[in-house]
Ligand binder design. Structure first.
Ligand code: OAD
Length: 229
């Protein structure tokens, strides 16, 4: 079986009703990154950070996977599939994908805000994580997400998966955030490479990628009907 790797971003969840970050009206127009998504933000005002991610978690629990997530899961009937997602939602898993690597964490989980953060992840019941929710060492729990300025612990594993890809499908990411965006340059020589995105700036795409300028669901449908199945 051929190996397919999916590299997904916020655009794959847009049709489920979750805002992307950098499109007009996106989350980073409504919030300042430095106030909600950095270690300094947590130091200065942890409650504000907690509230920001509690709202993300609440919304994610209210929405459903869309056709794009389901089509990606369906690829597993014909291919060996790994999904590398920058998204902190769990919509790929809820649609049935079985191998999902979360580069930037998973909002359904919390981790310690003390040392040893990457040792244990704790499932969050419901959507509200409180500052009084503590890890066994007594530190407040923080969302299991990667903030700007933090390292990306799953990067090496993601690079290993990309290095084995026969087909790479990049879907719904502006490729503005590193190191994740660097993964598109780490494919083996023979790999077939596609980008599905209705709005990406064509200058941001490496020349050896085929661009399918469609929404995630229509782009996946097109790719599956015309190329993969
Ligand atoms: P962005 O908001 O930067 O980019 C979203 C991409 O999705 C854009 O290229 C849009 O054109 C595209 N898009 C919009 N609607 C779409 C649709 N219906 N179907 C397909 N594509 C669509 O989001 P990401 O690239 O995921 O990190 O952002 C990367 C990282 O930056 C995130 O993981 C997050 C963010 O800050 C952290 O918080 C660390």
């Amino acid at each position: 079986m051929k190996n397919i790797v999916i590299l997904s971003g916020a655009g794959v969840s847009a049709e489920s009703g979750i805002s992307t970050f950098r499109d007009s009206g996106g989350l980073w127009e409504q919030y300042k990154i430095e106030e909600v998504a950095t270690p300094e933000a947590w130091e200065n005002n942890p409650q504000k950070v907690q509230t920001f991610y509690n709202l993300r978690r609440k919304q994610i629990l209210e929405v459903k996977p869309n056709e794009a997530h389901f089509l990606i899961a369906k690829l597993e009937s014909r291919f060996h599939v790994n999904v590398i997602t920058q998204n902190i939602d769990d919509l790929h898993e809820r649609a049935g994908s079985t191998n999902v690597l979360h580069l930037h964490g998973n909002i359904r989980y919390a981790k310690s805000s003390g040392p040893n953060q990457e040792v244990n992840y704790y499932p969050v019941e419901g959507w509200g994580l409180k500052m009084s929710d503590l890890c066994p060492d007594g530190y407040p729990l923080r969302p299991h997400v990667v903030w700007f300025g933090e390292s990306v612990p799953m990067m090496d594993k993601a690079a290993e998966l990309i290095a084995e890809a026969d087909i790479l499908i990049v879907i719904g990411t502006s490729l503005q955030v590193y190191p994740a965006a660097g993964l598109v340059y780490m494919t083996p020589r023979q790999c077939q490479k596609f980008i599905i995105d209705p709005g990406i700036n064509e200058r941001d795409i490496p020349s050896d990628y085929t661009l399918i300028k469609k929404s995630a669901s229509l782009g996946m449908k097109h790719l599956m009907e015309q190329v993969l199945f």
